[in-house]
Ligand binder design. Structure first.
Ligand SMILES: Nc1ncnc2c1ncn2[C@@H]1O[C@H](COP(=O)(O)OP(=O)(O)OP(=O)(O)O)[C@@H](O)[C@H]1O
Length: 301
């Protein structure tokens, strides 16, 4: 899937401002960004619910609006809310959705797997928020789509259902399904996705695998223990200039800086040269959440 120079406005609000991104086939790609960054508007344009005001979108090589009839059976969509018939029972709805597809998954087995079997006879509007989410996910995947759009799929789910969802998505990727998901859970993006696009103010400000993003500009921490009173000023002189070392309590040290294998080697070499035995050396790299906050800022908008 490809988005090129997409611009989308609501009146005087520019929601998407020249956004371009790629979603490789067979990958799980996460689109991350603060509230109001333009993720849902972008995804809804890819789903064909909105026409690009400028720029272009190709989904499975097709135009999501002009080729909607050809795309519909090949694409699964889970919206942030809605998309269900509020009076229908959960399993009825899922079976009906399955009947619209040529080679669906077994709806009852899927309901069972997502913990919906016990509430299968409950009308949609009486399901809990998390049960509604699970049903929306089941409806998106039951037709065995080639491409799956999931807008915050695990918002409001309990930890068990989140894990069941992650397992299902990993399995779908294994079967060659392309997944595009938006999420505010950085651990989810880190665990699941092959590629992450960080969107802010309507454009992509960083892209890469979770490992690439967390390694880029990685300021991290090394904690170590040694005898009390190590000369940290002399140690810092032997390390790159933006590295800081502090003795936070007697014999416990915290080093902050751009952590890479060379820095760790320089630290232990200096300690060896000064007859300092380092113990419990713990390297803490930044998480995707740290990187996200560095990229998009720490203040609320
Ligand atoms: N229907 C609408 N009418 C007017 N403005 C809208 C509409 N939908 C979204 N916007 C505005 O467009 C911008 C982008 O919204 P969008 O929903 O795409 O962001 P998002 O990244 O999905 O946010 P969230 O993480 O909160 O779901 C926001 O400023 C929002 O207020």
């Amino acid at each position: 899937m490809q988005v090129r120079d997409l611009v989308m406005r609501y009146g005087s609000t520019t929601a998407v401002d020249g956004l371009s991104l790629d979603v490789p086939e067979g990958s799980i790609t996460a689109v991350l960004g603060p509230n109001g960054a333009g993720k849902t508007t972008t995804v809804e344009t890819c789903e064909g619910f909105r026409a690009p005001q400028s720029g272009s979108v190709r989904v499975l090589g097709l135009d999501p609006r002009l080729d909607a009839v050809r795309l519909r059976p090949r694409v699964g969509v889970m919206l942030q809310s809605g998309g269900a018939w509020t009076g229908s029972r959960a399993t009825e709805m899922l079976r009906h959705m399955a009947s619209l597809h040529a080679h669906p998954l077994d709806p009852d087995a899927l309901a069972d797997r997502l913990g919906l079997a016990s509430c299968g006879r409950t009308p949609y509007r009486r399901l809990s928020g998390g049960q509604q989410q699970r049903l929306s996910l089941a409806m998106a995947v039951v037709g065995r789509p080639e491409l799956l759009f999931l807008d915050e799929p695990t918002a409001g789910l309990d930890p068990q259902a989140r894990r069941a969802t992650w397992e299902l998505l990993a399995e779908l990727r294994g079967a060659g399904v392309t997944v595009v998901l938006t999420t505010h859970f950085m651990d989810e993006a880190e665990q699941l996705s092959d590629l992450v696009h960080v969107v802010d103010a309507g454009t992509v400000i960083a892209s890469g695998s979770p490992a690439e993003l967390t390694a880029a500009g990685a300021r991290g921490t090394i904690r170590f223990a040694a005898r009390p009173g190590v000369d940290v000023v002399a140690l810092m002189e032997a390390l790159p200039h933006d590295t800081k070392v502090e003795e936070v309590e007697g014999g416990r040290y915290v080093l902050t800086g751009e952590i890479d294998p060379r820095l760790l080697a320089d630290l232990t070499r200096w300690c060896a040269d000064h007859d300092v035995l380092t113990e419990s050396v713990l390297v803490e790299r930044q998480s995707l959440e740290d990187r996200f906050l560095d990229l998009t800022g720490r203040t609320l908008r």
